[in-house]
Design a protein around this ligand. Structure first.
Ligand code: SAM
Length: 333
């Protein structure tokens, strides 16, 4: 396990990764890896499991949010096994931005993994992932890192502006081929908000071939998601919902609605833009409403909550006001 993961989640990181691997085993690896067990070897924490992975399986193991290195244990010796990495860019894409209210990037990757794995597989094209309350873009950056198309909304103007400044600066500093523009978004003649639209070439060759990655962020209320995205147009919806505590309420008035009321209004809208077979993953503070009430909101929107076995393994403490859980659901079809 990556040492930074321990700093972040303290005690929780091992247990969260055990549950993450169990979801992977159940979805993409279909039982081809056994249950993971925390194991200390020469004073270093590892997760140990039985497996006979092929190249595709190794790529998925390389995606695990805390994965640092893989070893095969063979009569007491540890033989390194190369873990393929999906990362398309330098890792400072995920770590440069630091601000109060940022969703931890390891947890963001965990939630993205769980959501993507829980949906049906789409081979042969980059995924389209929407974070409908994306703040300063932690999910957008992880999606971009994976080489997938990232879509976001947030009503906070400062978050939008900070992300726009960051993305322009980072793309320029990295000398990546790109285009960025910010334009007004209108609906029925009225201004809805602003839209940041970027196209990024991970390599010069891909840029030339027209294989750019899209980052698209609309500064508007998430309830307007349907005004800017077509029905069934995204493969996954992943978001860290407001915690109902101080840093979640910096946008003032409209955030006065409780997080559960916000979910009740927003989940049906997000469900519409999700493709059938796609999944939704929401990080949730169980101090503001309990898991069952939040899962009921997902079910009421016609989604199938995933609530058994490893899907119940994601509750962890963030601080004294936040006890965070992961809620997952799939759109039938
Ligand atoms: C927990 S924060 C997400 C932080 C984000 N993952 C990051 O790392 O920057 C929740 C976000 O929900 C946004 N939000 C709350 N109500 C909203 C609404 N009605 N429409 C759009 N965004 C909203 C807040 O502005 C805040 O950025």
């Amino acid at each position: 396990m990556h040492p930074s993961a321990n700093r972040v989640y303290a005690e929780a990181s091992l247990a969260l990764t055990v549950a993450e691997l169990a979801v992977l085993a159940r979805t993409r690896l279909e039982g081809r890896i056994g249950e993971a067990t925390p194991t200390w070897i020469a004073g270093v924490p590892y997760l140990a499991f039985e497996a006979d992975p092929d190249d595709g399986d190794l790529a998925l193991l390389g995606d695990v949010s805390t994965a640092m290195a893989l070893f095969e244990r063979s009569s007491g010796a540890m033989l390194p096994v190369e873990l393929p990495r999906r990362d398309r860019f330098d890792d400072d894409l995920l770590t440069i931005l630091k601000y109060q209210g940022k969703t931890n990037e390891v947890f963001t990757k965990l939630l993205l993994n769980l959501t993507v794995w829980s949906g049906t597989e789409i081979p042969g094209r980059p995924l389209k992932v929407l974070d409908p309350m994306c703040g300063r873009g932690t999910t957008l950056n992880q999606v971009l890192m994976n080489g997938w198309h990232a879509f976001g909304l947030d009503l906070d103007e400062r978050d939008f502006d900070s992300y726009a400044v960051f993305l322009r600066g980072w793309l320029t500093a990295k000398r990546l081929k790109h285009s960025v523009e910010v334009t007004p978004v209108r609906r029925d003649g009225a201004k809805l908000g602003r839209r940041l639209h970027a196209e990024v070439g991970a390599t010069k060759e891909e840029w030339k071939a027209g294989d750019a990655i899209t980052v698209d962020y609309v500064n508007a209320d998430t309830l307007h998601t349907r005004a800017v995205h077509k029905p069934r147009s995204v493969d996954a919806v992943v978001t860290d919902a407001p915690y109902g505590v101080q840093h979640g309420s910096r946008s003032g008035g409209r955030l006065a609605r409780s997080p559960l009321d916000l979910l009740r209004e927003a989940v049906p809208v997000w469900a519409e833009v999700l493709r059938p077979g796609g999944a939704m993953g929401i990080a949730w503070n169980t101090h503001v409403a309990d898991r069952d009430d939040a899962l009921a909101v997902l079910a009421d929107a016609g989604l199938e909550p995933l609530d058994d076995g490893p899907y119940r393994g994601f509750l962890h403490r963030v601080d004294q006001a936040i006890q965070r859980d992961g809620l997952l659901a799939r759109k039938p079809g």
